[in-house]
Design a protein around this ligand. Sequence first.
Ligand code: S3P
Length: 743
Amino acid sequence: MSGGQPLFERVAIIGLGLIGGSLASAVRRGGLAAQVVGYDQRPEELALGVDLGVIDQAADSMAQAVSGSDLVVVAVPVRATRTVLEALHPFLDEGSILTDVGSTKSSFLNDVKAVFGSVPERVIPGHPIAGSEKSGVSAADPFLFANHKVILTPPEGADAESVQRLTTLWEGCGATVLTMSVAYHDEVLAATSHLPHLIAFSLVDTLAGEDENMDIFRYAAGGFRDFTRIAASDPVMWHDIFLSNRDAVLRVIDHFTHDLDQLREAIARGDGATLLTVFSRAKAAREHFSKMLSGQAYVTNNSNKQVTFTLQPGGTVQGDIRVPGDKSMSHRSIMLGALAEGVTEVKGFLEGEDSLATLQAFRDMGVAIEGPENGLVRIHGVGMNGLQAPRGPLYLGNSGTAMRLFSGLLAAQPFDSELTGDASLSRRPMGRVADPLRAMGAVIDTAEGGRPPLKIRGGQKLTGIHYQMPVASAQVKSCLLLAGLYAEGMTSVTEPAPTRDHTERMLEGFGYHVHRDGATASVTGGGRMTACAIDVPADISSAAFFLVAASIARDSDLTLRHVGMNPTRVGVINILERMGADIEVLEERVIGGEPVADLRVRSAELRGIDIPEDQVPLAIDEFPVLFIAAACASGRTVLRGAEELRVKESDRIQVMADGLAALGVETTVTPDGIIIDGGQEMAGGTVESHEDHRISMAFAVASLRATGAIRVNDCANVATSFPGFVELAQSVGIRIQAEGAGE
Ligand code: S3P
């Protein structure tokens, strides 16, 4: 507002308590009105308001306060509203805006109707969600609303410009303004504020009544103190609120009493399973809530976390380890489990940030999910049509897989949705899924250049198509097959080269038939899925770092257990074997429709090769570490046909070439690949990972053959796919330290 016209000429605050006083001083401080007038029945509060500089002027009467004010704010206790409205009604100018700050909104509107005969279009009820244990104008604080929410509940037919001006006023006080219906506001507040206060009052009263001396409180610990803090709130104000929001409060009390009864019965029956289900669901919800409050979208948010790897050169690699679960399968287990009927149990789930983002997104859509705990997850499927609209955008962090697969699934839901991600994900191309989905009838908006966020319109009827994929992408294929589950008729996708087929295999495991004919996979819409048990094997993409590590380090002998050996994923083994690696495949078996084996790797003299192009999609995520293998091999390695690497979490061709150059290894970058002459000395140096997990881990492996210490910057995202990497790498002999981790 600085310099220009203030937003309002004259603002009248009726009731100069904590909220009214704080609003008055925030308005004055922000220069949001030319004049702020206060009125209160208590002359001493008014005088204090002037002395403290909270208001410009104290009005002697309601008439003086309201006449000539273009905004009138009723800031009195809820039960006093009607009397105040009656008193101000005769003086309110027709063009003035009238608002309030009360905790219940239907009661305010009812009072307006009773006094005005109807609801004038400039009456805009409001509710700042802010407060303090203090009261009175002496506690007025111009920053009380900063970073707090204010809810406006414009009734039907409300004047849009008035809503806008009031929004601007509250934003000028530092608040975030939300708009919702009166009824919804009252329901939400009954549940999130009124009920907790009622329970706190009641619990403290019950316990105090048990013991006349209130001695019992001596033994109460922090949990009790935290839980009951709000029982010290103002009894008069709360008695007002409960009487004013009676209907909504009664509904939520009934709901809560019913749930409490069920817990009581479960305890009486010794039914531990029910208790566990409820508690773990609540724990997950509470954790999600804490993250939301601290501005984090899911389990952890690395945006502020700086992790640097420092690596001492040399070492051998020995041991017997199991790397974490497969990322692709972990995502899919949650997605299909959520849409199935019944409870799906997942073992070996990857507790990395990418798959946890998927898990959280389904919780946000109303799916009860227990865990993860030591890789165990139980998903209470809601059936094909049981997802609920999420309250806000679904934040998918770093995960391209999550965003692309979700887009297919959400395109067919009855509700609107929005998909967002971190800086890296926000640069990645989504047109490859949006375009074919649109051909099926989906309505999807992207940001410029087909980038996230994706805004997906719900309620569209999808029709099956046949899609010939221009790029070999399992994400695109899976996206369309998921959309196809909901489409009319058949959806079929033909791939230019084989890509990972976990979606097809897992759909079959859930009882949804996928017709496969050479390079084409098809589904017919309208079917159902039934819950099943899933055993996620160790991720071959994570194992790859150790396959290369043990191959390039001297005197190595390492066993990797339970590695997923799906033929569409074993490109890294095929390529390393061609280079002369010594990898023994042991105990081959099939578990839950996916081949699994133990791998024993020993040191070997690697040779450079021309990487067969048909292996590229089968090893697409393993190239960063394969480039390290190539740098340690004798002779030249040539990669072609891998332009996809340029649109992964980073441009993996350029970023790897730059990292190798920082260690003194020269390479030739081509548009679709790289040429690496092996055997050059690899010195120490500092490498930029560009926040790409696989780049960070690849250079950690490089240290085994470097001649000096390596520092890798921006490694926090290793947690997206490989939690515990540093500890596991240390345990087998890689001399790695992480700085800044766990802060
Ligand atoms: C994945 C497919 C691959 C891969 C990604 C996981 C999947 O991406 O790079 O890490 O789970 O479907 P594209 O399908 O885009 O190549």
